[in-house]
Design a protein around this ligand. Sequence first.
Ligand code: MF3
Ligand code: CO
Length: 254
Amino acid sequence: MIEIFSPAELERATESGAFIASVLQGIKKRVKVGTNLLEIDSWAGEMIKAAGARSCYIDYAPSFGSGPFGHFICTSVNDAVLHGLPHDYSLRNGDLLTLDFAASLNGIVTDAAISFTVGTSSSPSDAKMIKATRQALDAGIAAANPGARIGDISHAIGTVLTAAGYSVNLEFGGHGVGSSMHQDPHIANIGRPGRGYKLRPGLLLAIEPWVMADTDKLVTDADGWTLRSATGARTAHSEHTIAITEDGPRILTL
Ligand code: MF3
Ligand code: CO
């Protein structure tokens, strides 16, 4: 299903996006060496409650996971890249953490992810990888103008990621959001310009480039949820939800 939102509904989506951004930035500020992933999950749960929002994850039971997710936020560390299930692990100096968070506020879902290094030691290759996903996200957003097509976004993302030396996995990518988290259209992280669904004002899209340092193959962790790089290589992910407007793309989760 593809949903199109009115300008009044876009104002509500703006509030939802600001909430998602405040949760991610608030957690990023609080995370230190020694923070446990389960603590991060409980902070996210408290913030959802305080805002009167609704979790998109807690009951979520898609075909690509095993049973309901049962937590409020995805916490993916080092070789984990997507759907990291919070568990009893205390972060160490130099760990590469990805937080991916979506929730519904005012009945509208927005979705965003950030990757960052914990503590003081950050490797140049991690920094390069994080930067590549951010630049790919910026390029994808810049291509999201009314009248352009999904393939233009995919092409812009894929061009940045491949130029930076990464190979792109096609199993998971961006997606429409709205009254639920995963909607059409799908947005692959590589693609051909001029192809696919034509963008129009009122469409909400979660755009999410992610890479693994030396592979495009994923393996599923024994927890049934966490997706890791098949080689054990480290990973990065950047995601924003945007609205297509008459004036171009507007980032909601900034
Ligand atoms: N928010 C993620 C995305 O970017 C999906 C998380 S699915 C979950 O699409 F089940 F792990 F929560
Ligand atoms: Co998403």
